[in-house]
Design a protein around this ligand. Structure first.
Ligand code: MN
Length: 240
């Protein structure tokens, strides 16, 4: 049997799963994913539809890196309808990819830590998340399941410039479900990076899902989701 090495001299008991990676628009190289941070309730109208005022300080949760489903340029990705839920929700989000890590990054220099941007879906087992909230339990069962983070190719910030305003949209089977503007983020991308890096040391490969606007709703098997965000490569995902 061939020996497996992590690094020279360190033999592995079994093959590790392949590193999750995302396409980079216009490049052959890929973006290796380390962590996926998510911001909760970051648009006022979505906070309201979830029963909050929208004025709370930002809070974060995570998805495992291998929850990422890379949507390749020009291709339609397929995700399996997950187990246990009867209420799988779409949440379209601007995704920020970190290129330079750091701790306690001030908002004023936060953009220099950004590698690029993508559009993604924070798929949510809403019924299980709701139950967890009610019982004061962690959110992983509602948020951090397999294939819960389809994300498109990353467009480098060198091409887009700062993305601070512009449309973000989600259509299901051609009908618009979510339509807003990233200028309506309660906490801007630089502010999110400042808050997040106070709590965790950011590193290259970290993705930040910045929160979803209003209009979240259920999807069913066979639905075709089209997500778009200003400056980002649009994506298509089918739920099977
Ligand atoms: Mn979300």
């Amino acid at each position: 049997m061939p020996r497996r090495y992590y690094t020279r001299g360190m033999e592995l008991a079994f093959d590790p799963i392949p590193l999750p990676t995302l396409a980079i628009a216009g490049a052959d190289e890929r973006y290796p994913v380390r962590r996926v941070y998510c911001v909760g309730r970051n648009y006022v109208e979505h906070a309201k539809e979830m029963g909050f005022t929208g004025r709370e300080p930002p809070f974060f949760f995570m998805k495992p890196a291998d929850a990422v489903v890379p949507v390749e340029p020009g291709q339609v990705a397929t995700v399996a309808y997950p187990s246990l839920t009867k209420d799988l929700h779409h949440e379209v989000e601007l995704v920020v990819a970190i290129g330079t890590g750091g701790q306690d990054i001030p908002a004023s220099v936060a953009l220099s830590h950004v590698f690029g941007y993508a559009v993604g879906l924070d798929l949510t087992r809403r019924d299980l998340q709701g139950e967890a909230k009610k019982l004061g339990r962690p959110w992983e069962i509602g948020k951090a399941f397999e294939q819960s983070a389809p994300i498109g190719p990353i467009t480098p910030i060198a091409q887009t410039g700062e993305l601070a305003t512009g449309p973000i949209q989600l259509r299901v089977n051609g009908a618009t479900r979510q339509s807003s503007d990233i200028g309506k983020l309660i906490w801007s991308v630089p502010e999110i990076i400042a808050h997040l890096s106070a709590a965790w040391t950011l590193a290259p490969g970290d993705l930040i899902m910045t929160g979803t606007p209003e209009g979240v709703a259920a999807v069913v098997r066979g639905d075709r989701l089209e997500a778009e965000c200003v400056g980002c490569v649009p994506i298509q995902v089918i739920v099977s």
